[in-house]
Design a binder for this molecule. Structure first.
Ligand code: ZN
Ligand code: ZN
Ligand code: ZN
Length: 313
């Protein structure tokens, strides 16, 4: 009986080690992104939604999606960084931690702006939760002042749970010998803070992360030129098309995916492949698998960010 038990334990250990090896095999040995969430600020399902879009998630929780965020991992130095701290921060830090060794939380967090889906996750760094020590939080000046002067965020600063690091627009911040980050201002509803996207440099490669922006035409820069310059572009895809929600859509302007696809029509197939749409409202059919909308996006040569996927950089 004892021998049998021992053999059983050895068998289980072998299975676990094989599974681990299998996982490691698929993980790049150079920096890469992990998609931690793909939904708009309010997540999927969205509170109080009684429409088909969210009803189906109540009977099938595998359809739920976390709020838009990406992780950057440098396996060479065992470092990781997170872009935006969402209400799903606890699960997303856990997910990101599976890609590094002995690390529960990332080495730094870059915030894009002061809307609920993009920064409120830092509350879990405070006393009521893990009580972190000086987690580096990279922010633009207005966002920094907002966090320093408004509770409960100011308490995270005074308790040294977070350490705010000021960023300058268009100025690159070096994270290690391979990776540097540059914030770029984008037009958005800036009630409390400015809004930035991030250019992420990895030696000769570049990525762009703009999860929230008003219409592309309102920007004094060309998104098409940026796409040509980078290798990966995670772009705002909050709404698929006009009329998607029963509200005046001018109050919450975003480039509709239909508009973006039209704007990007003239790009080469190689340039189109760089684009990963992200930040989907609960009404956006791109949240589901195999929709007509998804087929239309893929047929035109674009990608859709999928939660928990790895994107090589
Ligand atoms: Zn958002
Ligand atoms: Zn819904
Ligand atoms: Zn926003």
């Amino acid at each position: 009986m004892k021998v049998k038990s021992l053999l059983y334990i050895i068998f289980i250990l072998c299975v676990f080690s094989c599974v681990k090896k299998e996982k490691l095999k698929n993980i790049p040995s150079v920096p890469y992104f992990v998609v931690l969430g793909v939904a708009q600020d309010a997540g999927y399902p969205q509170i109080a939604c009684k429409k088909e879009c969210c009803l189906k998630t109540y009977t099938n929780s595998s359809l739920e999606r976390m709020v838009s965020s990406i992780g950057l991992v440098d396996p060479i130095t065992n470092e990781s960084w997170m872009f935006d701290a969402t209400p799903d921060f606890t699960k997303q830090t856990k997910l990101l931690s599976t890609y590094t060794k002995n690390k529960d939380i990332p080495d730094g967090i870059f915030l894009t702006h002061g809307h609920i889906g993009h920064y409120t996750g830092i509350m879990f760094l405070g006393r009521e939760a893990m009580s972190a020590t000086k987690m580096p939080i990279y922010t633009m000046p207005r966002m920094k002042t907002y966090l320093e002067t408004n509770g409960p965020w100011s308490q995270l600063v005074t308790n040294n749970n977070i350490e705010l690091k000021a960023l300058k627009k268009d100025s690159s911040l070096v994270l290690n010998e391979r990776i540097s980050i540059t914030p770029i201002l984008v037009p958005h509803r800036d009630e409390y803070t400015e809004t930035v996207g991030y250019l992420i440099n990895n030696t000769s490669k570049k990525a762009l992360f703009i999860p929230d922006v008003d219409k592309w035409e309102k920007w004094d820069r060309s998104i098409v030129d940026y796409i040509k310059q980078v290798d990966i572009a995670f772009l705002d895809a909050t709404f698929f098309k006009n009329g998607e929600i029963n509200r005046d859509m001018n109050e919450v302007p975003h480039p509709f995916v239909e508009e973006s696809m039209k704007l990007f029509e003239g790009l080469t197939n190689d340039d189109k492949k760089k684009i990963y749409f992200i930040h989907f409202n609960h009404t956006n059919p791109l949240l589901g698998e195999g929709s007509d909308a998804e087929n239309r996006v893929k047929e035109r040569g674009f990608n859709i960010a999928k939660q928990n996927s790895i994107i090589k950089f």
